[in-house]
Design a protein around this ligand. Structure first.
Ligand SMILES: C[S@@+](CC[C@H](N)C(=O)[O-])C[C@H]1O[C@@H](n2cnc3c(N)ncnc32)[C@H](O)[C@@H]1O
Length: 466
């Protein structure tokens, strides 16, 4: 039996007939398999022709190892042989080796061939072809091939394409803008429009933090949805776009709570919808990584009394808790980078100035009194917004609220030397927000209310300048 040492020493001898003997197709199969497995790295002048007859060997394992060794040579002269092999071979592992070998040639001539393999029935062949194509990722034909796979039914292929497209977008964004900066066109702007239309025009990776409280499902009169599913779909669409416009590794803080839709008559019961729990899986699916669940606790007087009946009759099953809590769920845009990476994107002065000094809440239970407003029925207490903004952003950051309401997030952002970007579709709340963000209160910050058209035009002007 051959030894690895013999193989190693014969590889150093260019005139040796040794390999033509040990790789002869008529040799005993076990010996051929052992030799092919142990050839290791091949010298540049190795005679690849010795593998060609083995590509037709009746044992698929031998064919597979033979094609793998052809791949090691990275010699374009074998391209036609490899293509014919990949097209006709029945063994799936051997075929994948052949496609991998074609990719390893790193020749532009292989682009149309590898593209052809992206419509193969075997997802692993497609992934192998993709690996080869990505070496020429800037080539227009490769771009077309990648785009055609974006909606492929196989999840691994879709993930690979999505990652590739994301990396491209990130590379382009970071060329034009650094992590701590944000578009001037969005700074201290409230847009009077539907958030879904607004988000369509906002560039990728624009905002540092989002803090929001969405409309509650059919609980108040400002938004009526045809069904709970439609409501969740709407929030999912908004938070997916929010994810896109959020900078790498930055935070999204969502305030919601279960809502009750009142009963339509005494013969019916009211219905409770567990919004925080139902939206959570959708958020993680979008790419928001769960970080913390903070419970905002209000004093008992703030809760609607649901105890009347039970208080009287005291019979089991009729108990209804008065709800004094809301959930404040904290998510981070999923990334491989640690928080330290985000910190490194800021200069020392900004980090020092943004430190959260003095006493602060150390638990996830935040006792904060609710706030009321003469115009808006459901505003954030400024204290809640202040904690979120201080804990999850730096001075000079851009803080987004897709459901801006009376502008609490804007007001608190300015107070803490951050910029705001808000959307609100109801004219009376926009007006209320304008009072809260009055330029006489914040003279140097220039808060503006824009229509969607004005915002689009400002973004276009800024993009042209870059
Ligand atoms: C719970 S309130 C937010 C209140 C806000 N946090 C504050 O402190 O004033 C939700 C707001 O979202 C607004 N809204 C609902 N659907 C919207 C949409 N599609 N686009 C923009 N705003 C929307 C509502 O008009 C409402 O003012």
């Amino acid at each position: 039996m051959l030894t690895k040492a013999e193989i190693a020493s014969e590889k150093l001898n260019p005139n040796s007939h040794f390999f033509s003997v040990v790789l002869a197709p008529t040799n005993e199969e076990q010996q051929l398999l052992w030799t092919l497995k142990n050839l290791g790295k091949l010298p540049e002048d190795f005679d690849g022709q010795l593998f060609v007859p083995l590509l037709e060997h009746q044992n698929p394992k031998i064919r597979c190892l033979a094609v793998k060794n052809v791949g090691k040579l990275k010699d374009e002269r074998f391209l036609t042989k490899l293509v014919a092999f990949a097209e006709n071979e029945k063994n799936t592992i051997a075929r994948r080796e052949a496609v991998s070998a074609i990719g390893r040639l790193k020749t532009e001539n292989a682009i149309p061939i590898l593209t052809q393999f992206t419509i193969d029935a075997d997802p692993k062949i497609i992934l192998q072809a993709l690996r080869g194509l990505l070496y020429f990722r800037e080539h227009p034909k490769v771009q077309l091939a990648l785009a055609s796979l974006a909606e492929h039914p196989n999840e691994m292929i879709r993930e690979q394409i999505a990652k590739e497209l994301k990396d491209r977008r990130q590379a382009e964004t970071s060329k034009t803008r650094n992590h701590s900066a944000s578009p001037e066109a969005l700074k201290n702007v409230m847009v009077r429009a539907d958030v879904q239309d607004v988000l369509k025009v906002v560039p990728d990776e624009s905002v540092h933090l989002t803090f929001t409280s969405p409309p509650y499902y059919n609980a108040r009169d400002y938004t009526i949805f045809p069904s709970y599913e439609a409501y969740l779909d709407f929030l999912t669409a908004v938070f997916k776009e929010t994810h896109r416009i959020t900078k790498e590794g930055r935070f999204f803080v969502l305030n919601t709570s279960p809502v009750i839709v009142p009963r339509i008559s005494r013969a019916h019961s009211s219905k409770r919808y567990a919004i925080p729990y139902d939206i959570h899986p959708r958020l993680t699916e979008i790419g928001w990584e769960f970080i913390d669940d903070i419970v905002w606790v209000k004093p008992e007087y703030a809760a609607k009394n649901r105890n009347g009946g039970f208080f009287q009759h005291r019979k089991p099953l009729g108990y209804k808790a008065n709800s004094v809590t809301e959930s404040v769920m904290v998510y981070r845009k999923k990334t491989d980078k640690l928080i330290d990476w985000n910190l490194r994107q800021y200069d020392d002065e900004t980090i020092a100035a943004s430190k959260v000094m003095g006493e602060y809440e150390k638990t996830n239970v935040w006792q904060i009194n609710p706030a009321t407003d003469k115009v808006h029925p459901a505003i954030f207490p400024p204290e809640l917004a202040a904690r979120v903004i201080q804990f999850y952003s730096f001075k000079g950051d851009l803080v987004f609220d897709p459901f801006g309401g009376s502008g609490t997030v804007g007001h608190v952002a300015l107070t803490h030397e951050r910029y705001f970007f808000l959307c609100e579709k109801e004219a009376e709340y926009v007006e209320r927000a304008e009072q809260m963000l009055d330029t006489s209160l914040f003279p140097t910050t220039n808060p503006r209310t824009l229509s969607l058209t004005e915002l689009k035009s400002d973004i276009a002007k800024e993009t042209q300048k870059l």
